[in-house]
Design a protein around this ligand. Structure first.
Ligand SMILES: Nc1ncnc2c1ncn2[C@@H]1O[C@H](COP(=O)(O)OP(=O)(O)O)[C@@H](O)[C@H]1O
Ligand SMILES: Cc1ncc(COP(=O)(O)O)c(N)n1
Length: 269
């Protein structure tokens, strides 16, 4: 079985972060492992507190995994602060980790800073060059590139800018625009538009986490970056289509729809 690591923050409500990633890994038939960078107290309505994990403990989690287990792909999510970013970059370089997907998580859907603003530069200079695929949403791409994004053409320009910062592929996600959910994949030469109809739902907590985890799982399974991304896009579409309301705010996506359906377990939907 392929083994995939998520380096990210914990979401107590289980919709985003480490919890979303491990669910996505399981749904892809890969063995999930985690390095926890921060513990958040959050639910469908907001983020209420964040405790960063000690850098020494982050180092040890990375060491414990890589000293013992072959890691087929790595997904990086919430990294919180500069020290954490440096520890992750050093650890991944030391063990020559491959198939790294960086989701440059910055601000939660409820408006909470999951990456300290002064750590954006460190994320750009330490993590982007290690990435096989980087998956910014529109506000993150604007922050990284300094460009304003309204149209698909603007998305292409920003993807091009981000590509020259070092990642092999840039997947700029269009979830924050208004028409179809169009994401743009740029490999340094050509742009591929991946488009699905927009689903009318407010339950999109953890969509970005889920997509990047799915891409990492697909890379571990041996798919090319293009295949890993287009399969990831299909996966997140189905997961959003069957998302559901838990709590009073933005609910989570459904990771196991296809599995449950196959097993006849959808009676209590
Ligand atoms: N309402 C929606 N309907 C269909 N796809 C969506 C919807 N919202 C987001 N997506 C897709 O989900 C993925 C995550 O997108 P996005 O919301 O931009 O990221 P993030 O969660 O990082 O803000 C992308 O593939 C995007 O196109
Ligand atoms: C611990 C953690 N990591 C990431 C997100 C972003 O979630 P989303 O995928 O909805 O942007 C989050 N809300 N919490």
């Amino acid at each position: 079985m392929k083994k995939v690591l998520t380096i990210a923050g914990s979401d107590s409500s289980g919709g985003a972060g480490i919890q979303a990633d491990l669910k996505a890994f399981s749904a892809h038939g890969v063995f999930g492992m985690s390095v926890i960078t921060a513990v958040t107290a959050q639910n469908t309505q907001g983020v209420f507190a964040v405790q960063d994990i000690d850098v020494a403990v982050i180092d040890k989690q990375i060491e414990a995994i890589f000293d013992d287990i072959t890691v087929d792909a790595v997904k990086i999510g919430m990294v919180s602060r500069t020290e954490t970013i440096k520890a992750i970059a050093n650890g991944l370089k030391k063990y020559n980790a491959q198939n790294i997907v960086v989701d440059p998580v910055m601000i939660s859907k409820s408006g909470y800073y999951l990456l300290q603003p002064e750590a954006v530069e460190a994320l750009i200079s330490y993590l982007l060059p290690l990435a096989s695929v980087v998956t910014p949403n529109i506000p993150e791409a604007e922050e990284i590139s300094g460009l304003k994004i309204h149209s698909l053409k603007d998305m292409e320009e920003a993807a091009k800018f981000i590509h020259q910062l070092g990642p092999k592929y840039v997947l700029l996600k269009g979830g924050h625009r208004e028409d179809d959910a169009t994401d743009i994949l740029f490999d340094g030469e050509s742009y591929q538009h991946l488009s699905t109809p927009r689903i009318a739902t407010q339950n999109t907590h953890g969509t970005g986490c889920t997509l990047s985890a799915a891409i990492a799982a697909n890379l571990a399974r041996g798919y090319s970056a293009q295949e890993a991304v287009s399969k990831g896009k299909e996966y997140i579409h189905t997961a959003i289509e069957h998302s559901f309301a838990i709590g009073k705010g933005v609910g989570p996506v459904h990771h196991f729809y296809n599995l449950y359906k196959g097993a006849g377990m959808l009676n209590d939907e």
